[in-house]
Unconditional design. Structure first.
Length: 199
């Protein structure tokens, strides 16, 4: 009898350990960003894949260093900057942004009351991106209970668009264009068009 109990206990333990490690694996696939384990060369390639090749090749490339802070991996000449990942999700979302866009993104990151770029910024996200949704609305920052939603390859215009004036939706829709962060100073135009297929 004791032997049977030992045997059963061993089975239960094995099942528990197996399901725990499967859960950990699933978690890794779901939320873990592969960025941390990538080589510098791969990070540069990933960053460059964010924009059309003819723009990315002359762009400044910034990649996260060992401390996670962005550092310059390559100096560019065309005013664009490419970064390998902005949302830390399982599928990285590289971006290639011009100077006005970098200003806009910097303002958003530092929670400035409004963006300070003085000309419209253009940014490419040729591998798509992510946004966070809660209660049917797009959030400016992820928060508990929000779900990550994949955006297809697109490009953006960082300029204070007003959806009422231009008659556009504030959520993704069949038109393939919408105003993200509608009703805030950070409203901007999202265009679902693959930058790699633009002429
Ligand atoms: Cu956007």
């Amino acid at each position: 009898m004791k032997q049977i109990l030992h045997f059963l206990f061993a089975i239960v333990l094995t099942i528990t350990i197996t399901s725990l490690s499967m859960a950990a694996e699933k978690q890794k696939m779901k939320g873990g960003s592969p960025i941390k384990s990538m080589s510098k060369d791969d990070l540069v390639k990933l960053a460059e894949s964010g924009g059309p090749a003819d723009i990315a090749k002359d762009a400044t490339i910034m990649v996260p260093g060992p401390d996670g802070k962005l550092m310059e991996a390559k100096k560019g000449t065309n005013g664009f900057t490419c970064i390998p990942d902005i949302d830390g999700q399982a599928k990285p979302d590289p971006i290639c942004a011009d100077a006005a866009s970098m200003q806009w993104v910097g303002d958003l990151m530092s929670s400035a009351p409004k963006p300070t770029n003085t000309v419209p910024g253009i940014s490419y996200m040729a591998q798509g991106g992510w946004h966070f949704e809660k209660d049917g609305k797009i959030l400016m920052k992820s928060e508990p209970g929000a779900k990550a939603v994949k955006e297809p390859p697109h490009w953006m215009v960082f300029w204070p668009f007003d959806s009422k004036t231009i008659g556009m939706a504030s959520m993704p829709n069949k038109m393939g264009t919408y105003i993200m962060f509608e009703g805030t100073p950070y409203a901007h135009l999202m265009i679902y068009q693959n930058p790699n297929k633009m002429k």
